[in-house]
Ligand binder design. Structure first.
Ligand code: 5AD
Length: 348
């Protein structure tokens, strides 16, 4: 398999790529500059220089699941748990709205305290106070009826990373009770209900091979999500995976660029995990094709507690308190922070 500038140009024009070429591209940094340049070009053609800013509210770190990679897994008894009250969540939204944000992302572990009734109550309260804002939920695997109820309450977007599209890898990352088929069903239900859906995966997760990443990209092609969340795996000491290394910045950036070229219209966040593994990770993510940032709106005191991974970047440009810094970072990278609702642009 010989790669050349032509290979990347072709990917730019057709958005199609064979498994062999994908594998070869993933395995080398030789073509990164070309990849980033074409990814940036296609993103500018569709989204211009816009970087959408979403306010992230991490409202509970209780979780019933035991994903082996995650710091807030049920089995981590060292995790200090918290829940925000409805009023605290609404206060976060008020602050976000004041800062100009028009999308609120409500994320939590799978916390049984937040029943459907409570989630719907929170969603509809935000919806009635801020009818000009989009509400994104990221609260895990639920029944179709639950997803329907949240939608009726006013949620329009849902983030649920598929985590790993290959059964073998999924089984190595999760306990037996968690099933990839179930996860895929949830994503399907969400799409059918009419949500703008986000899926995604971690780069450099334990046991992940480049072929697994090809499977992830193929799965994303069949799902055709509106948002694709991709960040490096970062080791957490209080998990069964404490002995594994974190994923690399360079492979994550390369995958972001490939994803931008394969999914020109997708909303792609430069994730907090990317900003955590490298001081200039977020900027470099934007230059490799990412067009969304999600500054943290959670109260300062709990931000460090939502520690999916270690040394989470939750000061400075990450925090909404420093939204000027974040805007400057975006401008410096050559883009423009946009705080409007920022819906996905689908091809006509
Ligand atoms: N490193 C990086 N990302 C992680 N996530 C969970 N644990 C980690 C980790 N150790 C990601 C998962 C999840 C999202 C909310 O955070 O992909 O879907």
């Amino acid at each position: 398999m010989t790669l050349s500038k032509e290979t990347i140009k072709q990917l730019y024009h057709t958005h199609g790529i064979s498994n062999d070429i994908l594998l070869a591209l993933l395995a080398t940094d030789t073509w990164d500059e070309e990849l980033f340049a074409y990814a940036d070009r296609v993103r500018r053609e569709i989204y211009g220089d816009a970087v959408y800013v979403r306010g992230l509210i991490e409202f509970s770190n209780y979780c019933k699941n035991d994903c082996y990679y995650c710091g807030i897994r049920a089995g981590n008894c060292k995790a200090v748990r918290y829940r925000l009250t409805k009023q605290e969540i609404l206060d976060c939204c008020r602050e976000g709205y004041r800062l100009g944000m028009r999308t609120f992302v409500l994320q939590s572990g799978e916390d049984a305290y937040f029943t459907d009734e409570r989630i719907c109550d929170i969603v509809s309260s935000i919806h009635s106070r801020y009818p000009d804002c989009a509400i994104t939920l990221s609260v895990g695997e639920k029944s179709r009826e639950s997803y329907l109820a949240y939608h009726q309450a006013g949620a329009r977007r849902y983030l649920l990373r598929h985590e790993a599209a290959s059964d073998a890898l999924y089984a190595k990352l999760h306990p037996e009770q968690m099933q990839l088929a179930r996860r895929k069903q949830c994503l399907q239900d969400l799409k059918e209900i009419g949500y703008q859906v986000g899926a995604g995966f971690m780069v450099g997760a334990p046991y992940q091979t480049l072929s697994d990443i090809v499977s992830d990209l193929r799965f994303l092609q069949t799902l055709d999500p509106d948002m694709i969340g991709i960040g490096p795996y970062i080791t957490h000491n209080d998990t069964p995976f404490s002995g594994f290394e974190s994923g690399s910045l360079s492979l994550t950036l390369r995958i972001l660029a490939i994803v931008r070229l394969m999914f020109p219209h997708a909303l792609l966040p430069a994730t907090t995990a990317l900003a955590t593994i490298s001081p200039d990770g977020r900027e470099r993510g934007l230059k490799a094709g990412a067009n969304v940032v999600m500054p943290n709106l959670s109260p300062l005191g709990v931000r460090q507690l939502y520690n999916l991974y270690e040394n989470k970047n939750c000061t400075g440009a990450e925090s909404a308190q420093c939204s000027d810094t974040l805007c400057m970072l975006i401008e410096k990278a050559g883009y423009h922070a946009v705080t409007d609702i920022g819906d996905v642009k689908r091809p006509l």
